[in-house]
Design a protein around this ligand. Structure first.
Ligand SMILES: [Zn+2]
Length: 411
């Protein structure tokens, strides 16, 4: 991609209410544009990152055997009344049609997926079943804040599983938990698995996944070594003690919740009276689990975790491009060599952002730091005099000169 052709360039000024690193750098870097508080357009650069995160999520959900579907955001009031959540969920967006009918804009999809699966599944032989979607969700937040971390409209992956026994549900639940750990680690994140508050006091289990970052809003006691963590408010362990799972050291830290999973029991299948025939030929109520990952929130959490004062430092797996190629100056030989290298990188299938603009060296290098692509390659009169280019990793301070003939092998 030629940066001169990019829609949504870097800007010096962040949105007025930028209260976090992700709000500041995603806006300044040209990844997102704030339409109003808590609502963002994903510009081409940002959409590239979001799609990479969602593809990692999709691959791991598919590996679990879950099937992807796409459910409507517009949902009838009757379904939400059945589950007693029309009045019960304060952040539910409600719409009135000109026909005087009421609708909800989905903040979650139990009210859609339960009657949907009920329509198709009659026998225990067709269970277990897990379906998921990656969709836009809506929350009527009083105070949207922290950039894409807490929005009114956001992206989410939600999966729902259906079972005929508690044992079967728990088996799938633990596989899903492992899949979540894999998703976050593939995104470069250090995530702790925290038993959620509700889980301690009710019979149904629930876990949250907390991305460890100083910008986190939740206080945790977590293991330095493994993924064990607890919320400070309900912790049964203390800072400095040995981890109950691996005997590593427990420390105080902060996290951003990027996912959660719940054993729903029969809460929703009771509401819709969803039964199947069991092996004994009798009618039996279905059990459900649900599993969420906020994918746009995850992008925000990645930025909170990986940045410095100059901009973002993307982990390679979710970076919008692998290489940021910069040509400096107006020298004809420099331009030609940069064009040649751009085409060679493309022909090798390497994703390149090529800053071919007629701009100052200072502006181009500052933009490269702000955008945060993992590998920066600079072509200038100075580097060509040595038959080389300058190669620098975004997360390192030192650059090195690499011969033109070796650069492709080096990246
Ligand atoms: Zn541990």
């Amino acid at each position: 991609m030629r940066y001169s052709q990019m829609f949504g360039k870097t800007t010096k000024s962040a949105q007025a209410d930028a209260d976090s690193a992700n709000a500041k750098f995603l806006t300044q870097g040209g990844f997102v544009d704030q339409e109003m508080a808590g609502v963002y357009t994903w510009l081409p650069l940002g959409l590239h990152v979001l799609r990479k995160v969602e593809q990692i999520v999709r691959e791991e959900m598919n590996a679990l055997g879950a099937l992807e579907i796409f459910m409507p955001s517009l949902q009838p009031k009757e379904y939400w009344e059945k589950t007693k959540r029309w009045e019960g969920v304060d952040i539910l967006f409600k719409l009135k049609s000109q026909t005087d009918k009421d609708y909800a804009l989905g903040c979650t999809h139990e009210e859609v997926v339960t009657p949907l699966v009920q329509k198709f599944i009659q026998s225990y032989k067709e269970l277990p079943l897990a379906v998921y979607q990656i969709n836009t969700k809506f929350r009527d937040e009083l105070r949207a804040k922290s950039g894409v971390l807490r929005g009114r409209e956001f992206r989410m992956k939600d999966m729902y599983s259906f079972h005929t026994s508690q044992e079967d549900l728990e088996k799938f639940y633990h596989r899903a938990l492992q899949a979540y750990v894999k998703v976050f680690s593939r995104c470069g994140m250090n995530v702790k698995v925290v038993q959620a508050s509700g889980g301690i006091f009710t019979s149904n289990i629930s876990h949250e996944f907390q991305a460890i970052t100083p910008a986190g809003e939740d206080n945790l006691i977590a293991c330095e070594v493994c993924s064990f963590g607890q919320n400070v408010e309900i912790a049964t362990v203390k800072e400095g003690e040995a981890c109950p799972e691996c005997s590593g050291k427990l420390i105080k830290t902060k996290g951003i919740e990027v996912g959660n999973i719940f054993d729903l029991g029969t809460k929703y299948t009771d509401a819709f009276e969803f039964d199947v025939n069991n092996a004994e030929g009798k009618v039996q109520r279905v059990l459900m689990g649900c599993y969420g990952i906020g994918t746009s929130r995850l992008v925000g959490a990645i930025v909170e975790t990986f940045h410095d004062d100059k901009g973002i430092i993307w982990p390679e797996s979710v970076a919008p491009y692998k290489v940021h190629l910069v040509s400096l100056g107006n020298d004809e030989a420099v331009k030609q060599e940069a064009e040649k290298l751009y085409n060679e990188l493309l022909s090798k299938g390497i994703e390149v952002l090529f800053d071919d603009r007629d701009a100052s060296a200072g502006a181009k290098l500052a933009d490269a730091d702000l955008i945060g692509v993992p590998w920066r390659v600079v072509v200038s009169k100075k580097t060509l005099a040595e038959g080389s280019v300058e190669l620098k990793e975004r997360n390192k301070s030192e650059a090195e000169m690499v011969k033109l003939s070796e650069i492709l092998n080096k990246i």
